[in-house]
Design a protein around this ligand. Structure first.
Ligand SMILES: Nc1ncnc2c1ncn2[C@@H]1O[C@H](COP(=O)(O)OP(=O)(O)OP(=O)(O)O)[C@@H](O)[C@H]1O
Length: 346
């Protein structure tokens, strides 16, 4: 039987290093690929590539560097900036997984004769569906739910049945390389945001323009420092004259640079409208559970698909649902589809 080649997406971190190591131990021919996704000049890429070089030397594997900075800028970065300026909350990792990691990187793997593309994501697949990882605290299925069903037969996620502690133990077998890769801290939430997202937006627009805080009736009740500093559910950083109870952002209005706030109950959402559907099943009307943001428990709902639009009727109200985030549909641990949130109805 011929040995199958697996391309491993290597970031220089422990998860993808252990992924490469595990697959090699299983008998696959392993090659690595590092994606240059942005033009950070603070030594970020050099440091990551230094770690990858050590691991590649230890495993005696070949690795490639693929510059996708232009694609990333168009598909992920511009979308990220535009979304905040339009008053929505983007999810750049979801876009990156769809277009870059399991789009362009998968094409690269195939063009280099690999039968599979592996990453250190904590998620399971059977080639048709994604499933939540066994370690629920690390599960990344939410971020992968926009990936095309056509890509699934080529994916491998060897970490999916392990806990992070197990991975650290496996990593210790990488000897020389191990010490260095554990020096690399866990990936930041968003790889191109060094501290806070507003620093990125400020490079493209003046977002520090004070504006009015409105109540649900449209009355002016306070002041804020610029709408792009806020996301739905935020309760600090603006004034509400004479408020006794906490107030939360319920709406961002870029057109007139106002934000609407209300008491906690005003955050309750019963219906969610979505678009940009990506489904792994064919049904158009079904009941399931849905996650309306990462790190939340799934809620039961009825889903109705009409063309590329989706109406989600929640069985229980959910607090603070932000347009721009992803709604991910689950049948227990199985991901059955997803769509981007366009608007909400309370
Ligand atoms: N720049 C990159 N080039 C190639 N593959 C990448 C890159 N960044 C991430 N990946 C792949 O996607 C997986 C998940 O990325 P994520 O940013 O969530 O990293 P992580 O869980 O901290 O993993 P790691 O410890 O490997 O950095 C990584 O394990 C790796 O396989």
């Amino acid at each position: 039987m011929s040995i199958k080649k697996v391309m491993v997406g290597m970031s220089g971190g422990i998860d993808s290093s252990v992924t490469a190591y595990m697959l090699q131990k299983e008998g696959y021919e392993v090659e690595g690929v590092y994606l240059k996704l942005h033009n950070r000049t603070d030594g970020y890429h050099e440091k990551n590539l230094g770690f990858i070089e050590d691991v590649a030397n230890f495993l005696s594997i070949k690795y490639h560097v693929l510059d996708l900075a232009d694609d990333f800028s168009k598909e992920v970065y511009d979308y990220f900036v535009d979304s905040y300026l339009q008053g929505t909350t983007p999810n750049p990792c979801v876009k990156c997984n769809k277009q870059i990691k399991f789009g362009a990187m998968l094409d690269f793997a195939k063009s280099h004769g690999a039968s599979y593309l592996a990453t250190g994501h904590y998620v399971k697949t059977d080639g048709k569906f994604f499933y939540e990882a066994d370690d629920k605290t690390k599960d990344q299925s939410y971020f992968l739910a926009q990936v095309s069903p056509d890509a699934l037969p080529y994916m491998m996620f060897p970490l999916s049945t392990y806990k992070k502690e197990d991975i650290i133990k496996f990593g210790s077998e990488l000897n020389v390389a191990y010490k260095k890769i554990t020096e690399k801290s866990e990936s930041q939430e968003i790889c191109f945001v060094e501290t806070i997202y507003t620093d990125v937006i400020k490079r493209h627009a003046n977002i520090d323009k004070a504006g009015k805080v409105l109540d649900e009736m449209g009355n002016e009740i306070g002041e804020h420092k610029g709408y792009a500093h806020y996301t739905i559910g935020k309760r600090r950083g603006f004034t509400v004259h004479g408020a006794q109870e906490p107030h939360f952002v319920t709406k961002l209005n870029p057109k007139d640079n106002t934000i609407t706030v209300g008491k906690k109950a005003a955050l309750e959402v019963n219906e969610v409208l979505c678009s940009n559907l990506n489904m792994y099943i064919d049904e158009k009307e079904f009941s399931c559970t849905v996650k309306l943001r990462y790190r939340t428990t799934a809620t039961t709902c009825d889903v109705k698909i009409q063309g590329n639009e989706v109406i989600i009727s929640l069985k229980e109200p959910v607090l603070g649902v932000a347009a721009g985030q992803l709604a991910v549909f689950y049948d227990e641990a199985k991901v059955i589809g997803s769509a981007f949130i366009k608007s909400t109805i309370s």
